[in-house]
Design a protein around this ligand. Structure first.
Ligand code: NAD
Length: 369
């Protein structure tokens, strides 16, 4: 088979692209750090590329799939979330798209855990104090105190790949866990975590007996000290239990006034205006966010209000931003490697050309016989 495939990458995903070049592919990379305009993506597609490498910044919809209907064979997204790709449109034009699930699971979960600790222990505020030379003396209750993570109760909203990894990490902090997922309850995993908790207690490693259980959404919100969100962005109509604005005025008010919200999923899962108000009016204790309705976070976002800065941590969509996780060319380690492998699988007809057997293809339903 000739490997003279043409690929357009909407950003430079690093050395993994050499894997394609070494196979004889012609690889055209958008050189700037910002996303290319949609008109350029359309122009490249119309020029006849076989594969398109995308990031979550690119809107891939009917216009793109229609432009590619004669030649475009695959869209390979470097991310696990694919809410920027219109699945129904991809299916209509029968173009498979791939994602990079699993290789960023641990990195994202550990970042959520670190955000949780940094928020609750006020590490950002404390470091500012030191740097600004405001650290005057040691005192039991001054200048402010944080809250321990160890031994507290975490609600894990969404128990897919990253939610389960978060559970594993929280268990290491002797946390109790309330799990909520309307579509996928992994009772075997939860039982195994309970067994490890019981063993740690029996051997004197954990002082308290910790517990983990599935509960409905409301009690999870009501009883948790920390709420960590690990859901995909599902807009109304895309799921019987959409996640768009899952955290809104009503649900934020259900949380304890001392509870902390951590969101590493997708920005629109949280109603940001409601959250800013919740922080201003102390409905909840604090929030740490990695993702936003609009990225980068606009200068006039209510989340930037200096009045809530001590209890609102703002990260730049950074949870998967670890060297190996992002750029390794090894498809078992890096998003870039997995993205390229997903593209190769489709273009080179791996798995006997059966798209439904290709591990990184998302919209397999469009190809079921
Ligand atoms: P996954 O598909 O394995 O898990 C998502 C889980 O959410 C599923 O079990 C699903 O049943 C559940 N879910 C769906 N609707 C729900 C609802 N209404 N309430 C509660 N749970 C619901 O996905 P994953 O690999 O764990 O990734 C989760 C999301 O995290 C991705 O879709 C992506 O948007 C986001 N993400 C962000 C970063 C980052 O850098 N911040 C990195 C990786 C992933």
């Amino acid at each position: 088979m000739s490997n003279k495939f043409r690929v357009f990458a909407t950003c430079d995903i690093g050395p993994a692209l050499d894997v394609l070049r070494q196979r004889g592919y012609e690889v055209d990379v958008y050189p700037d750090p910002q996303a290319p305009p949609k008109s350029l993506i359309l122009e490249k597609i119309r020029s006849g590329v076989d594969g398109l490498i995308t990031t979550l910044r690119d809107q891939i919809d009917a216009e793109v799939f229609q432009a590619g209907q004669d030649k475009l064979k695959v869209v390979a997204q470097i991310a696990v979330g694919f809410d920027n790709i219109n699945r129904a449109d991809a299916n209509k034009y029968k173009i498979p798209f791939t994602h990079t699930a699993d290789v960023l699971t641990e990195a994202t979960a550990e970042f959520a855990l670190f955000m949780m600790g940094s928020l609750a222990r006020k590490m950002w505020t404390a470091e500012h104090l030191t740097r600004e030379n405001q650290w005057s003396y040691w005192h039991p209750s001054l200048p402010f105190l944080g809250d321990e993570v160890t031994g507290k109760t975490a609600a894990i909203i969404g128990t897919g790949r990253i939610g389960l990894a978060m559970i594993k990490k929280c268990a290491g902090f002797d946390m109790n866990m309330l799990c909520y997922d309307p579509a996928y309850e992994n009772h075997a995993y939860v039982s195994a975590i309970q067994e490890t908790m019981d063993l740690r207690h029996a051997r004197g490693i954990s002082k308290e007996k910790n517990w983990i259980k599935y509960v409905p959404f409301e009690p999870a919100l009501r009883e948790a000290d920390f709420v960590s969100v690990h859901v995909p962005l599902l807009r109304p109509g895309e799921s019987p239990t959409p996640t768009y604005h899952l955290f809104n005025e009503k649900t934020l008010r259900r949380m304890k006034p001392t509870a902390y919200l951590v969101n590493t999923s997708r920005g629109p899962v949280v109603d940001e205006a409601a959250l800013a108000r919740a922080l201003r009016e102390n409905w909840i204790g604090g929030a740490a966010l990695d993702v936003y309705a609009k990225e980068p976070l606009p200068a006039d976002s209510p989340l930037r209000d200096p009045a809530i800065a001590d209890r609102c941590r703002l990260m730049p969509h950074f949870a998967s931003a670890a060297r190996i996780t992002r750029l390794s060319a090894d498809p078992d380690k890096g998003m870039a490697g997995r993205c390229v492998q997903g593209l190769i699988d489709v273009l080179e007809s791996n798995y006997g050309g059966d798209v439904t057997k290709m591990p990184y293809v998302v919209n397999k339903e469009a190809f079921a016989k």
